[in-house]
Design a binder for this molecule. Structure first.
Ligand code: CTP
Length: 395
């Protein structure tokens, strides 16, 4: 599935530099970003900065090369799943509110049928000016959306309304608006992610290479489709997704207890965590001192959390993962039956550039009725999307 497209309109204001962070945040979420800058925006930050971050050519003046601007403003307008204008100046708001289309950005806004979101940022008095307020209300009546500015100390030294809200907040609003699919409204989705750890002594532990990326992507996809999401996460350096209930755990036992606490109340449970099957048998309360000769550590079996969930399953849709280095489909299929799953997502861990820690993965989804879906190599977020699309199709 191709990723979603956001056309980001950049106007001339001191907050332009903050829009760079928005591009970077959207790109990290696998969104294709096309940037249009007004001429005055380019006085603040060069198009090259936006071009480097978006990895797309920036359109900054419709009369410059390439001269295909007549086509471009239409093609970008058509391509957009969402237009986001940051910072939206009094000028662009005034132009659109009055039907003026005299540059690449205003013509694209006029030509698009995608939702348009303005994030205004300007001097307080300018923002409060009744003409600006009237234009905003007029645009809102026509269905244009606004992320209203916050209050604070402005670049000009004044204190008051007119400050661009956090870039994280703006990006999140844009991301959730991209989701027309709300098939999980009213559903409770439980996701586990990341590794578990087993302690050897107060300062040492063993763990595995799981980054948590797959589980976090699943949690975000479920959230954007309207689900109430609980994410039980082993140690991970990933940014915590907004709008998701996060429960941090570290050992197999912690994860086991938390998962069981939420299990009965969940509709869909996805166990993407790389749970350790063994734990250290004799935890040393004191730090182990070095001594001559070898050090032997004995491991003992720990909970197979997914197996317990399979045994206790009522109406939940239960999805597991299978990381295999050989006989992928066969091994994955046997896990479906052993653990009483509805689906398993299998991947070959011997492949380069996929799997652990990477942004992409190459997986096969197998159902308990024997259907096998081989997905192309794609981002973990797109795998999550495909997986929920499949659940929706089968419901
Ligand atoms: N799993 C679990 N508890 C464990 C081990 C695995 O809940 N102790 C879950 C994982 O979250 C995953 C699925 O079981 O969804 C399969 O994990 P995997 O490590 O591939 O399989 P194992 O059952 O551990 O089998 P093996 O190590 O023999 O391949």
């Amino acid at each position: 599935m191709s990723s979603k497209n956001i056309v980001l309109g950049i106007c001339g204001g001191i907050a332009v530099y903050k829009a760079l962070d928005i591009v970077s945040r959207l790109k990290k979420k696998d969104i294709n970003v096309n940037v249009i800058m007004t001429k005055s925006a380019t006085e603040f930050v060069t198009p090259l900065s936006f071009q480097s971050l978006s990895q797309n050519m920036v359109i900054s003046d419709m009369f410059e090369e390439p001269r295909a601007w007549e086509i471009q403003h239409i093609s970008l307008a058509k391509k957009a799943d969402l237009m986001l204008i940051v910072p939206a100046t009094a000028n662009i708001i005034g132009k659109v509110a009055n039907g003026i289309a005299d540059d690449m950005l205003s013509t694209t806004i006029m030509a698009t049928t995608a939702p348009v979101v303005f994030a205004p940022a300007m001097n307080t008095n300018m923002y409060r000016n009744p003409i600006v307020q009237d234009n905003i209300q007029k645009l809102q009546r026509f269905g244009y959306k606004f992320i209203l500015p916050s209050s604070g100390r402005l670049a000009c030294g004044d204190v008051g309304e007119g400050k661009l809200p956090d870039t994280e907040y703006i990006s999140n609003v844009a991301l959730s608006m991209l989701y027309d699919k709300k098939d999980l409204i009213g559903k409770k989705v439980l996701v586990t992610a990341g590794p578990t750890v087993s302690y050897i002594d107060p300062v040492r532990y063993i763990t595995n290479k799981s980054s948590g990326k797959m589980g976090y992507a699943i949690a975000e996809e479920a959230r954007d489709r309207g689900a109430e999401v609980t994410l039980i996460s082993g140690p991970s350096s990933l940014e915590k997704p907004y709008g998701v209930k996060i429960i941090d755990v570290d050992t197999n036992e912690d994860m086991y207890n938390k998962v069981l606490e939420y299990y009965n109340d969940s509709d869909i449970v996805i166990k993407s965590a790389a749970v350790a099957d063994y734990k250290v048998k004799n935890y040393s309360e004191k730090k182990i001192k070095k001594a001559d000769g070898d050090l032997n550590i004995t491991f003992t079996r720990d909970n197979d959390i997914l197996k317990v969930l399979g045994d206790k399953k009522k109406n939940q849709i239960l999805i597991g993962f299978a990381a295999e280095s050989n006989d992928l489909i066969e091994n994955a299929k046997s896990k479906i039956y052993k653990k009483n799953l509805n689906y398993i997502i299998a991947n070959d861990i011997t492949l380069k550039d996929t799997g652990f820690s990477s942004d992409d993965n190459l997986v096969t989804i197998i159902s308990n009725t024997g259907e096998v879906y081989n997905l192309d190599k794609m981002s973990k977020r797109n795998i999550a999307r495909k997986m929920f699309d499949l659940l929706e199709e089968k419901r």
